[in-house]
Design a protein around this ligand. Structure first.
Ligand SMILES: [Zn+2]
Length: 425
């Protein structure tokens, strides 16, 4: 590991004869619409998906690719509840020009998209459309390949700040959520295409479940209006990556007398407000003309203790690798993109875990990419596990008591082995 880091740093120091850097930072972005035609039932969790009769907005796979020297990274966001590595690996196998471990695929967590887990019902019957899912994996690969082809020299703007206004809250305890919003924008280098945004990435913790699965509507929920607002304001492609939104950080669609607004208009209000806040947070960000690009990962393994989760792994027609064993493996990534340090989470970490990790990431600009590479339900600390009655549901839909501890320990090891952020500030 260290040997390769030294080689990477030496390579960074190589100059062309004319004095410019040999390594140019490049960025590209592309998307594919993955709205099923005809529409398919939608899933907000375990059990039989709900039928739909209309759509509001389209579902997307949105990909960005970054390159500097020998390092190339893809980050993909899929409008779905969760996108496991069983599907992600099918896309990775179709990409020749990026190592599979550098391809991060996450889900926005909309609760109004087709079932991508092939959830079994109580009779072990599965309703997912496997042909649709396979088609999506190809669309994702196409988006990544197009983004590779569209890469051009770029600079970055990065900022982290508090998104203000009525956007998110914690359904279990209103104030226990993280209003922190991270924004990364790649802009074409001056001279290449005159300072045009290539992409704007928004990282924020929220359940996009304003509409939810039970209203007969297929939709990206608040993410759709967020994409549209950013793209109409600044151009380029918008991409949303969720954060530590577990138990139970959700969209603030509360109305008086305990009522909720569950409409497309409310998706527009929240999506546009989050977009405006993200752009405001980015306003005074300094341009980073020669940003660092770094990516490492490690495989980790979780025991599967929850009977519900075991049942899904054993009976899903997606055929999870090792589905008959009592543990599951996944990959976590640590990235440095300019001054941003990013850690991925293979599920829905509770906000207290999110705060703890951000505080220990040795970065002034910590980002958490939730539901990325895998989405194994809720991630609680062993102390939260089976605690409040309120936590019954998230306890049952987590892998087990040690999931949070294992994840935190492995993440901290990865962070401590790769202290590049300290050097570059
Ligand atoms: Zn959730």
């Amino acid at each position: 590991m260290h040997k390769y880091r030294i080689i990477a740093i030496l390579t960074l120091c190589i100059f062309f004869a004319n004095g410019t850097y040999a390594q140019v930072f490049r960025a590209g972005a592309a998307f594919r619409i993955i709205t099923p035609d005809p529409l398919l039932p939608v899933s907000g969790g375990i059990g039989k998906p709900d039928p739909v009769s209309e759509k509001k907005g389209d579902l997307y796979a949105r990909a960005i690719v970054l390159e500097k020297g020998d390092t190339r990274i893809a980050i993909v966001s899929v409008d779905n509840l969760g996108w496991t590595s069983v599907l992600g690996d099918r896309s990775r196998s179709l990409i020749k020009e990026i190592p599979p471990e550098n391809i991060l695929i996450g889900a926005t967590h909309t609760h109004s998209a087709p079932d991508a887990y092939a959830f079994p019902d109580e009779q072990a019957k599965v309703y997912a459309d496997l042909e649709y899912l396979d088609w999506c994996t190809k669309q994702i690969a196409e988006a990544i390949n197009e983004a590779i082809n569209k890469m051009q020299p770029a600079v970055l703007k990065i900022s982290v700040g508090e998104a203000k206004g009525k956007i998110a809250y914690n359904y279990y305890a209103p104030d226990l959520y993280d209003p922190g919003c991270g924004v990364i924008q790649a802009i074409t280098s001056p001279g290449s295409d005159h300072d045009k945004p290539i992409f704007t990435l928004v990282n924020y913790a929220i359940h996009p479940e304003v509409i939810g699965p039970e209203r007969g509507i297929l939709t990206p929920d608040l993410c759709g209006p967020l994409y549209n607002r950013i793209e109409s304001q600044v151009g380029g492609m918008a991409i949303f990556i969720n954060s530590a939104q577990g138990g139970m950080v959700t969209a603030d669609n509360r109305r008086e007398n305990g009522k909720e607004a569950n409409t497309w208009e409310e998706c527009i209000r929240i999506g546009e407000l989050l977009a405006d806040e993200a752009l405001r947070i980015l306003t005074n960000a300094k341009v980073q003309t020669d940003p660092v690009l770094f990516c490492v990962s490690r495989k980790i393994r979780f025991p599967i203790e929850s009977p519900e989760m075991k049942y899904i792994f054993h009976n899903s027609s997606l055929k999870f690798p090792g589905s008959n064993s009592d543990s599951v493996s996944t990959r976590i990534n640590l990235l440095d993109i300019g001054t941003a340090r990013i850690l991925t989470i293979p599920g829905e970490a509770l906000p207290n875990i999110g705060y703890y990790l951000k505080r220990n990431m040795n970065s002034l600009q910590p980002f958490l990419f939730g539901l990325t590479n895998d989405a194994f339900g809720y991630i609680l600390t062993k102390v939260d596990f089976k605690s409040f009655k309120r936590y019954d549901y998230i306890t049952r839909t987590s892998l087990g008591e040690m999931t949070g501890e294992i994840f935190i320990n492995e993440a901290l090891k990865l962070i401590n082995e790769n202290q590049i952020s300290a050097d570059k500030k």
